[in-house]
Design a protein around this ligand. Structure first.
Ligand SMILES: Cc1cc2nc3c(=O)[nH]c(=O)nc-3n(C[C@H](O)[C@H](O)[C@H](O)COP(=O)(O)O)c2cc1C
Length: 343
């Protein structure tokens, strides 16, 4: 067991793939007494290494990197799932024509360069390695433990917590339904629990005594106190940091979060095929019902559409990932967010 590094303040900047997580954000939260995660998702292994190096230039404090666990071979999309993704592509084709982009051929073998990212983390001896969408296998956990990395696994229900504990995790992130971005459900098909972290944490305590960070809707000190009183070692916050100066959140995403007409956060598979919480916009309304539960095939298909909308700074066409507390996200330095949450 590798202990979770001591926190002066119990606030962790969540990994946020797609741009928001930056070395600057992680370093700012570390400087404020918390810690933070870089997001390796969708980045090349070389880029992950560069981000780790840059973070080390900015802070001496321990920080982490988050990796997406690919689906095991027996859960790879079969032919009917592949057909469903192709049909979804037909639905998206008119939008692609309108935006003058081409929908890609789906690469069914895409695993987001998982093995190479693990090697990058081991070589860099990152203090914290966190995993979402599954439990890393025993060999990966051993390699990380061998270089002193604390292994953290996101769980969304007590069964996943049991699997993570058995798989050698040193700490858990218990993610509730208010959480922004992807739900970390281990199986793509799982309909995510409609439960708050408090309830999941209570049940998790009956199956494991591992240290826990809670995630989902923590925007201020009230929620943080509840988490600590419930036995968590800290809170992992994403949405609270999205508008900060140090976050790399895109212009379209920032615009969406501050657009008064976008006033509802919903869970949708429209953008990636996995359930994720974001603001309800035109893309969600038009395609949410049609999107099959297949990842990362759907994510690949929508990538050029999202990129085109981002270039146009159009909040109606990008994934506006945000938790249900998004309305209290504020602009300004990340240190202020840490102070607000830590109290
Ligand atoms: C924009 C965005 C991107 C996210 N990307 C990741 C990710 O790459 N890996 C991950 O484990 N969690 C990711 N999450 C989920 C967070 O880890 C965390 O569970 C969530 O932000 C907590 O809820 P909150 O947003 O209400 O604070 C993301 C969340 C957001 C808002």
């Amino acid at each position: 067991m590798i202990p979770f590094p001591a926190l002066q303040r119990p606030v962790v900047a969540a990994p946020m793939a797609g741009g928001p997580s930056t070395p600057e954000l992680v370093a700012a939260v570390c400087a404020a007494g918390g810690t933070g995660f870089l997001a390796a998702g969708y980045r090349s292994p070389e880029d992950v290494t560069r981000q780790i190096e840059r973070t080390r230039e900015l802070t001496d404090r321990p920080f982490g990197v988050n990796v997406f666990v690919p689906a095991p071979p027996d859960e790879q999309p079969g032919s009917s799932a592949q057909q469903a993704v192709l049909r979804y592509g037909d639905r998206l084709a008119p939008l692609a024509r309108q935006l003058q982009v081409e929908l890609p051929r789906v690469d069914w073998a895409d695993d987001d360069a998982y093995e190479d990212k693990i090697t990058a983390l081991v070589q860099a001896r990152v203090p914290l390695a966190s995993f979402t969408f599954g439990v890393p296998d025993g060999e990966v956990v051993e390699r990380l433990h061998g270089v002193g990395s604390c292994v953290v696994v996101t769980v969304t229900d007590p069964d996943e917590a049991t699997r993570a504990a058995r798989g050698g995790a040193d700490a858990l992130v218990v993610q509730g339904y208010a959480a922004g971005g992807h739900r970390g459900t281990h199986a793509v098909q799982t309909i995510p629990f409609d439960r708050e972290w408090a309830e999941i944490l209570r049940e998790t305590r009956t199956v494991t005594s591992l240290p826990v960070l809670v995630a989902g809707g923590v925007m201020g000190n009230r929620e943080a106190r509840l988490a600590l009183d419930a036995g968590a070692i800290g809170v992992q916050c994403g949405t609270a940091f999205l508008l900060t100066d140090e976050a790399g959140t895109s212009a379209a995403h920032r615009a969406g979060l501050t657009e008064p007409s976008l006033d509802q956060s919903v869970v949708t598979r429209a953008f990636s095929g996995r359930p994720a919480r974001g603001l309800r916009n035109e893309f969600v309304d038009r395609y949410g019902d049609a999107a099959p539960a297949v990842y990362p095939g759907v994510n690949q298909l929508t990538a050029p559409l999202r990129a085109a909308a981002a270039r146009l700074e159009d909040p109606q066409g990008v994934a506006l990932w945000a938790g249900s507390g998004w309305a209290s996200a504020r602009t300004g330095p990340a240190v202020d967010v840490v102070a607000r949450i830590a109290g």
